[in-house]
Design a protein around this ligand. Sequence first.
Ligand code: RIB
Ligand code: CA
Length: 311
Amino acid sequence: MRRVIIDCDPGQDDAVALLLALISQDELDLAGITCVAGNVPLRHTVRNALRVRELSGRRNVPVYAGCPGPILRPLATAEEVHGKTGLDGVDLPEPDHGAEERHAVEFIIESCRAAPDSGITLCPIGPMTNIAMALVMAPEIRRSIREIVFMGGVALDLGNITPSAEFNIFVDPHAAEIVAKSGIPLTMFGLDVTHKALATPARRAAIESIPTPVAQAVGQMLAYYDRTDVDRYGDVGTPLHDPCVIAYLLRPELFEGRRCSVTVDTSDGPSLGRTVVDWWGKTDAPANCLVVSEIDADGFFELLNRRFAQV
Ligand code: RIB
Ligand code: CA
């Protein structure tokens, strides 16, 4: 079983990803959940991760608070998408148990130091600040990181926060550059594939028909979250970005992609935060990343429905 740390900025789609992982601990060794500022400020992302953990009934997984903002850039948030709390649309009770004392970056470093070579997979589904800080503070941990599987970036499509950039990379492009240059095997779930994981009205109705607390809460989250993308892109549903990362860990056969060189543009200007993906192999830059481009969306939602029917 993969030993995994999920680094997140809940956010409704992060919450769905966390629920999928928390309920799938028979297939994933979930070492911990680390939180970062992103969709909303850190105090909200931590509170949301704790409330989602309570909802799952899996209190065995520790939650850590990480960096309150990007390495160099001012924090950009997305309350217009996720609401002021970051988890608007569902009314979850306050958590009975709080976050751990240790800083998330310390937890990531110590978990990696304690792991065997290639013994841990890091899954950032928000800005990569915590991951980058761990790599800068303790470069030797690279040996124990099997793979960094992340939601972020875009290869052939357009950005969702600027024409060039996807939100997670845009918020902390310097962190993303550190990760891209780390030499650690990367797997990228960018907008090219996550915009194909659309929670259409029929798929949302299927979740809402499942009579479990988790499925009902997810249905409420999706009903709230399903606003901006439909208005903006005219899509028939909102993209479930972050859960794609967890579904890949559980059912990699649901996805297809191509190994390419990925670099991050950190230049000030209209391309800031762009993931430059050499999809057509026009350079001799090392193919550092599996760029995922296709998803079996029906199989993805069947996985979600099966797992959310359990709790
Ligand atoms: O661009 C989508 C990403 O930004 C998702 O991870 C969402 O939660 C936000 O963090
Ligand atoms: Ca996120």
